[in-house]
Design a protein around this ligand. Structure first.
Ligand code: CMP
Length: 393
């Protein structure tokens, strides 16, 4: 009986260790960084090897080495996939139902599909005797999985979709306008390149995008003058989406110290019951910050503009009645926001701390979208106020 308990405890401890090492960027742990760096290096090497395989001379000389790299990488990625699946129940989002069902739910997440694609084609190729070298190129997706920049880009595109759609409408309108006018000007002079509006649209896209292949060019004086106007209009209109994305990207980079990912949010039990859509919404409200041991995060008596969710590390709250330690998953700094008062206590990092920061306006937004979470924050704040009897500063 005791032995069974013992082995269960060890299994749980091992699972937690694996979970921490595999979920990249979580606690800045040595093993976590090492594992993610190794996986990225393997994915990059695979993509390079896949590209090299398509060169007949390289294939002839180094074919067996590339094959071996492909198979070894597939084995490592398969092991990683298995371990991720085994340890995913450590994530609060996947710790609620029967483990097998939670693992199935985890496996259906887009990131896990990317992981699956990084090794299954190689094994299918081996079993069926088909050359699946092109699947090595799919491993680029695995690099993207670890790239904060790509996550940010995705968020910017999602956030700016309205403006981007507007730019697309303007660009399409301009392409059709230029093609129609050029068709009327050039159709008799050049019946092949400009004989129909769809044919002229090729010239129009190439010109407005300022690519200018030169395969279709106007020959009439009027056509040339109109083309000149369209080139200038193209620079203005086609620069729009780049401007929108670049501004959003810059804003995103300055707003965040580093990426807030789904996995970081998952470390806060308060967000545990949310579905994937709600989590992606919450991610947009949070930013992440790191504090070193001894840093004062919140000082008593100062105005409070944000609250903090502890993702890793411990903090000490110096209340009037003594010190209280808060750990991973706890939150603090909510009282000043809820009660519109200065900070009630000083909060200091006891270890290296990683926290998710939620600003006052974003807390209001969260309250509107998720009243249950807000109710829980209020409840904790009220009980803290009662137990510490902290006097208003
Ligand atoms: P706030 O007053 O904004 O800033 C200091 C924070 O310390 C406070 O919000 C609470 O989040 C936290 N705090 C105050 N008293 C306690 C307590 N007794 N236990 C835990 N945390 C507390």
């Amino acid at each position: 009986m005791r032995q069974a308990q013992h082995s269960r405890m060890w299994r749980q401890r091992a699972r937690r260790g694996v979970h921490h090492a595999l979920e990249a960027g979580l606690g800045h742990t040595f093993w976590g960084s090492l594992v993610s760096d190794l996986l990225i290096a393997l994915a990059v090497a695979s993509v390079a090897a896949g590209a090299a395989w398509s060169v007949p001379e390289v294939r002839a000389s180094y074919g067996p080495w590339i094959r071996a790299l492909d198979v070894v990488t597939a084995l490592i990625f398969a092991a990683e996939y298995g371990l991720r699946l085994w340890s995913c129940v450590e994530l609060p989002f996947f710790a609620q139902g029967a483990p097998w069902r939670e693992r199935l739910r985890y496996a259906s997440q887009p990131m896990q599909v990317v992981d699956l694609l990084s090794f299954v084609p190689t094994f299918v190729g081996l079993v069926a005797g088909i050359d699946m070298w092109a699947a090595m190129m799919l491993r680029f997706l695995k690099v993207a999985r670890y790239s904060p920049a790509l996550h940010s880009l995705g968020r910017v595109i999602a956030a700016e979709r309205g403006a981007l759609f507007g730019a697309l409408v303007i660009m399409t309108g301009l392409v059709m306008f230029a093609a129609t006018v050029m068709y009327f000007i050039e159709r008799h002079a050049q019946p092949v390149a400009f004989g129909s509006i769809p044919a002229a649209a090729w010239w129009s896209v190439v010109t407005l995008a300022t690519i200018g292949y030169g395969d279709a060019v106007p020959v009439t004086p009027l056509g040339k003058a109109f083309a000149g106007l369209m080139i200038i209009a193209g620079i203005a209109a086609f620069a729009l989406p780049f401007g929108i994305i670049a501004t959003g990207f810059g804003r995103e980079a300055t707003r965040r110290d580093f990426m807030v990912s789904w996995l970081l949010v998952a470390r806060v039990p308060l967000f545990g019951g949310l579905d994937a859509a709600a989590v992606s919404q919450i991610i947009t409200l949070l930013r992440s910050r790191t504090f070193e041991a001894g840093d004062v995060i919140v000082r008593r008596g100062t105005p409070g503009d944000s609250m903090f969710f502890l993702v890793s590390g411990d903090v000490v709250v110096e209340t009037e009645t003594g010190e209280v330690t808060l750990k991973e998953g706890d939150f603090f700094g909510e009282m000043a926001l809820l009660e519109h008062r200065p900070r009630s206590s000083t909060v200091m990092a006891a270890t290296r701390v990683r926290a998710l920061v939620l600003d006052r306006e974003d807390l209001e937004r969260l309250a509107r979208r998720h009243p249950a979470i807000m109710a829980r924050i209020r409840e904790v704040a009220a009980s803290r106020r009662q137990t510490t009897r902290t006097n208003p500063v």
